[in-house]
Ligand binder design. Structure first.
Ligand SMILES: [Mg+2]
Length: 385
């Protein structure tokens, strides 16, 4: 137990406000994992206030159905974070995923305590080393340009996306990039087999196919192979990991602590990638990070939302882990720039010249909302004042 905040005297939670926003994307963002180019980037902002006027912020999923359960938080001690996390886990069964509120609760708790979230998480590191996570299917030449840009920008690693109409085309890109960068960049490959858009009914790969592709990836010295199977194919992951040498990553779409425990028990993965905006919340992630590292594996969060979710995931990776893993940094300009990703913040989150993101000592998440932009992009009736 790294902390116990809930028995401290404090003011009470007074209210919660949820607003919805949309940034127009022109030109559109052709996300490699979505067959429909994205013309809008939606964001839900959750604010939680205590009686002293402190405000915590969170963002992520839409918070469908949460209003029915809001009363469970009003009047509660904001520092009772374990209780709130458990209640949110239950709400996640009855309604949509409510994890943005957990992020907001930690931001609020940090502001009340005058402490940064990375410290509250365990304080093991104040910085994290990131990798550029690409999001667009480019051809070989453009992919090489992107990889050279990533080196110039200081990233130590780049994640490429598979999933073009032909696997041969995916390997052409990987081969061209490896040839161009030599050993100056670690390369990861995301197979995105756990991810399905609602209209996408194609079957994920089976273990035989994943083994065959893993062996080819090994020849290109790929650092990890991500989501080569459906998220629930525990037997497949276990077999794959026994048969190949390449590191296997996954877990970005795994929802329950019990499912992560099953992945761990079956030795399914080398790299565990939950996303705090989508699952477990800050406390659940901190607990999972400890379990993953205890077994000698790597915990490094997935993060493909906006800057608030990225900030929360960076605080977890910094404070709660040994710092062994590269952390995802969504970056594929011009289609996916830091300005687009972090549009709801006053400042974009940027790594230094060697790929490190340095976290501040500012209380909570250390990020601020850009209120003008939020007003201009508000998409529904909700206001927070
Ligand atoms: Mg992924």
């Amino acid at each position: 137990m790294l902390y116990r905040f809930g028995d401290q005297m404090t003011s009470r939670i007074e209210r919660i406000a949820i607003t919805h926003h949309q940034l127009d994307l022109n030109p559109a963002f052709p996300a490699s994992w979505d067959t429909q180019p994205r013309k809008k980037f939606p964001a839900t902002v959750v604010r939680i206030f205590d009686q002293d006027g402190n405000m915590g912020i969170g963002s992520g999923d839409v918070m469908y159905g949460f209003s029915d359960y809001e009363y469970l938080f009003i009047g509660q001690n904001p520092l009772d974070l374990e209780r709130h996390n458990a209640v949110l886990g239950n709400i996640g069964f009855h309604a949509g995923r409510p994890w943005p509120l957990d992020i907001a609760l930690w931001d609020l708790a940090g502001k009340i305590r005058g402490e940064a979230c990375w410290k509250m998480m365990g304080g093991r590191n104040q910085r994290v080393r990131t990798y550029a996570s690409s999001g667009v299917h480019r051809g070989p030449e453009d992919s090489v340009q992107m990889a050279l840009h990533a080196i110039e920008r200081g990233f130590p690693a780049l994640k490429l996306r598979f999933g073009r109409p032909s696997l041969a085309d995916d390997f052409l890109v990987l081969s061209a990039v490896r040839e161009a960068v030599g050993d100056k960049l670690e390369l990861m490959v995301d197979c995105n087999q756990g991810w399905r858009m609602p209209w996408d009914i194609s079957r994920p790969w089976n273990v035989e196919k994943a083994v065959e592709i893993a062996r080819k990836l090994e020849k290109f010295n790929v650092h990890w192979m991500e989501e080569p199977l459906h998220r629930g194919d525990y037997e497949g992951y276990k077999t794959l990991r026994q048969q190949v040498g390449i590191r296997i990553a996954g877990g970005e779409l795994t929802r329950e602590e019990y499912e992560f425990d099953t992945l761990l028990r079956n030795e399914c993965l080398d790299i565990y990638q939950p996303d705090v905006a989508c699952t477990l919340g800050m406390e659940g992630q901190r607990r999972l990070a400890a379990k993953v590292e205890e077994r000698g594996h790597i915990f490094t969060p997935h993060t493909w939302g906006n800057g608030v979710g990225l900030a929360a995931n960076l605080h977890i990776a910094a404070g709660a882990t040994s710092g062994a893993g590269f952390v995802e940094f969504p970056y594929d300009p011009p289609e996916w720039s830091t300005a687009r990703r972090d549009f709801l913040l006053t400042e974009t989150i940027e790594p230094d010249a060697h790929g490190w993101v340095n976290l501040s000592d500012a209380p909570g998440l250390g990020v601020e909302l850009n209120e003008d932009v939020l007003i201009a992009t508000q998409s529904k009736e909700s206001t927070w004042v």
